[in-house]
Design a protein around this ligand. Structure first.
Ligand SMILES: Cc1ncc(COP(=O)(O)O)c(C=O)c1O
Length: 296
């Protein structure tokens, strides 16, 4: 995998102190488009693609503002892998989609209702493109979790709590696999009533025969602020203040919610590491875009 990772600068992911006891793991600095947890989730999927010459390309899925589809388009452009993106809805005026096309990805739009039936959609797409390797939405599979485990190697500080935003539970699964016995994770789902994520997380751990590690993970389900990409003035003001004080750009969709939860639930004297999973690009969504233009 070394040659294929040339475009990612792992040395940039530092543990940046924001107080005597708290730090931010700057995975967002790995690459301007394949940032945060994105390459981590793609790494072993890409390796699987290259290890199987029968594949002629990659197919993956996402909304018009998805960080995952942008990252996959960028990585596939670097690695010269043909990419088909299956996009939810019509796309509209999305800079993400425009950039994906610029990077050489082909777009295929499906209705929101067809997109919702994920298992059927995956089956249909695989039937139409049998020689394309299918990566699920968000890079959410075991190979994705295996890559996220490697985030741990980048950490340069000791911590009691690692704080992580959760969308599909792939990243938190990988992180849990790497934890030391004295360490815990605070997992913060960014979707409303996303209790199913804990089951997805457990299924991942079960795959790696590591269910016992679930005891080291605490879930904070009450920091979704109304649902995916929803915000409140309190959240926006926290994010703007964090950006201003620490000069670390976070957004209100993923990292903003996770870091907010940490500030509410953990204590200043605890050793805390906030995982910056990237995603400033996702801040283009409607109301969030207006906020973003004001703040940057
Ligand atoms: C910026 C950012 N942070 C966190 C996550 C959540 O990661 P996961 O889907 O692995 O739970 C995502 C989604 O992929 C994301 O784009």
């Amino acid at each position: 995998m070394d040659r294929t990772e040339d475009f990612i600068d792992f040395a940039k992911s530092i543990s940046q102190k924001i107080s005597d006891t708290w730090a931010v793991q700057r995975e967002d600095l790995l690459h301007h488009e394949v940032s945060g947890n994105k390459w981590r989730k793609l790494k072993y999927n890409v390796a699987h693609y290259f290890a199987n010459p029968q594949y002629k390309g990659i197919i993956t899925f996402g909304g018009a503002f998805s960080n995952h589809i942008l990252a996959t388009a960028s990585a596939c452009n670097h690695l010269k892998i043909p990419l088909l993106l299956v996009v939810r809805g019509e796309g509209g005026d999305s800079a993400t989609l425009a950039r994906c096309q610029e990077l050489g990805a082909r777009l295929h739009f499906v209705t929101r209702s067809a997109y919702r039936e994920k298992a059927q959609l995956y089956q249909d797409m695989q039937a139409i493109f049998p020689d394309y390797y299918l990566i699920p939405e968000g890079g959410a599979n075991y190979l994705g979790a295996q890559g996220c485990k490697e985030i741990y190697a980048q950490i340069q500080v000791d911590f009691e709590y690692l704080v992580c935003a959760v969308g599909t539970a792939t990243t938190v699964s990988g992180l849990a696999l790497a934890l030391q016995p004295h360490q815990r994770i605070l997992a913060v789902p960014v979707l409303k009533n996303a209790y199913f994520l804990r089951n997805d997380f457990l299924a991942n751990l079960r795959h790696f025969k590591a269910e016992h590690l679930a005891q080291q993970v605490d879930w904070a389900f009450d920091f979704h602020f109304g649902g995916y990409a929803k915000t409140t003035p309190e959240l926006l003001s926290f994010v703007a203040n964090f950006n201003q004080v620490h000069h670390i750009p976070i957004e209100p969709i993923y990292t903003g919610k996770a870091f907010f939860a940490a500030h509410q639930l953990l204590k200043p004297q605890q050793k805390v590491l906030l995982l910056h999973t990237g995603g400033a690009h996702g801040a283009q969504t409607s109301s969030v875009l207006i906020w973003h233009q004001r703040c940057f």
